[in-house]
Ligand binder design. Structure first.
Ligand code: T4K
Length: 403
């Protein structure tokens, strides 16, 4: 364990870890089972286009979520694009800026304007109280993002959508396996979209899915993800190629078999971080509602520089030099990324809570590749940095500027 600031790698000491600790190290599951499935795919010579593993994967996801339809896709970004288009959103759609840029891009890609809404400072999700004032005659929908697995205020958003006749889709990229008031995420709004990217706790290498209880919408989405084909040679709708392949489904199915174990590891990591980080002034860990189902896949802290005396970015740099690859999920907010920054140069004025959070947020390594000893050392380094913030500030200030 590092004890003094001279032990810190940023000042020349050896790093705490010889191998990098990642925020999104994939969970692998049972390798033998995966290989069996891959061999089956190769033997059967059925690699994609609605193969048996994709069908089985869709069925398993739908069962777990308790939803009528699951349409697996090549990734969540395409799944969002298709869900948005199939739902009939056009013009302007209200969306949080505090999200991965894919949420905004999925709209802009089809020339729908993302109108960025601020977040609630407690939940860090889109603030329903701020939505009404952003509705214009061009507004056709709302996209809520269940940030870091924590559900949006689903009831308030449903009420708003109904009152103003707006479509409502959830970007549930982080929230597979989570519940809201006892009901699984995936059952809300017109549709919800999961991501099964490699960095997600349940992964199919690349992958995503739209889930919905709306039969008509599900049918449309199925056609759209397969070029609009209803049958051989019969195209009934505009479409694209959003299909999941059999290798991804094999990975997803294998991952599903370890679902409970992965969640339990994430949960233990969360409680270990909670214990180790407690009492560090200026560091607040995002909490989960223990009365709900949760995947605990992100460990998120906020660093308040007014208390710590050291900025989130300085702490990040200290961690990175120790091979602890903490990430700013999400910084700087979509409104400060292109093309949105150019389109809406003053958007930040309406997003004070988003800007505040973007400058404080830090995701720490977790998942099955990270254990208790590593977590204790990550927390120890954060504690050490904050306890010696003044001295570190002086030393960092004295470092020669990077060329
Ligand atoms: N909506 C939301 C709210 C999202 O968060 C995302 C994706 C989406 C929509 C879109 O979903 P997809 O279309 O991707 O299905 C990563 C993921 O690529 C992205 O899926 C995820 N959110 C986002 C939060 O994280 P980056 O740019 O941070 O990835 P990268 O390459 O820097 O990897 C993160 C860490 O994981 C690094 O330390 C490296 C490590 N890693 C990564 C991969 C891919 C590994 O150790 N092994 C790996 O195989 O976006």
């Amino acid at each position: 364990m590092k004890k003094t600031i001279d032990d810190l790698a940023i000042f020349g000491a050896p790093p705490a870890f010889s191998k990098s600790l990642h925020v999104g190290r994939p969970n692998i599951g049972n390798r033998e089972k995966l290989m069996q499935r891959i061999n089956y795919i190769l033997d059967s010579r059925w690699l994609t286009n609605d193969g048996t593993f994709v069908q089985e994967f869709e069925q398993r996801i739908a069962e777990i979520v308790g939803v009528k339809h699951c349409i697996a896709m090549c990734n969540a970004t395409i799944a969002l694009e298709i869900a948005i288009r199939a739902s009939g959103m056009t013009g302007e759609v209200i969306v949080p800026s505090m999200t991965f840029v894919a949420t905004a891009h999925a709209l802009q890609w089809q020339e729908i304007t993302p109108v960025f809404c601020d977040i609630d400072p407690v939940t860090c999700n889109i603030d329903p109280k701020k939505i009404e004032q952003m509705i214009t005659p061009r507004t056709t929908g709302i996209i809520g993002v269940h940030l870091w697995s924590r559900p949006c205020d689903v009831d308030a958003l449903a009420e708003l959508a109904q009152k103003h006749n707006l479509k409502l889709i959830y970007d549930a990229a982080h929230a597979f396996g989570c519940s809201y008031n006892g009901k699984m995420i995936g059952n809300f709004g017109d549709a919800e979209v999961f991501s099964f990217h490699a960095t997600k706790f349940l992964n199919s290498a690349e992958g995503g899915a739209v889930v919905t209880n709306d039969d008509e919408l599900a049918q449309k989405i199925r056609w759209m993800k397969n070029f609009g084909f209803e049958d051989v040679d019969l195209v009934v709708y505009i479409g694209t190629n959003g299909k999941m392949n059999e290798f991804s489904a094999a990975m997803g199915l294998t991952s599903l078999e370890s679902l409970d174990e992965i969640i339990e590891t994430n949960r233990q990591n969360y409680f270990h971080y909670r214990k180790e980080l407690s009492g560090i002034p200026g560091v607040t860990l995002a909490q989960f509602n223990e009365g709900e189902k949760c995947n605990y896949q992100y460990i998120i802290v906020q660093i308040d520089k007014d208390v710590t005396g050291i900025s989130r970015d300085e702490i990040k740099d200290i961690l990175w030099s120790e091979n602890i690859l903490a990430r700013r999920y999400f910084y700087p907010g979509c409104h400060r990324m292109e093309p949105y920054r150019s389109y809406f140069p003053h958007a930040g004025l309406l997003l004070p809570e988003t800007e505040r959070l973007a400058d404080r947020v830090l995701a720490l390594p977790t998942g099955t590749a990270v254990g208790a000893a590593e977590i204790s050392e990550v927390a120890n380094i954060i504690r050490l940095a904050i306890a010696n913030s003044k001295q570190i500030g002086e030393k960092l200030g004295n470092r020669p500027a990077a060329s």
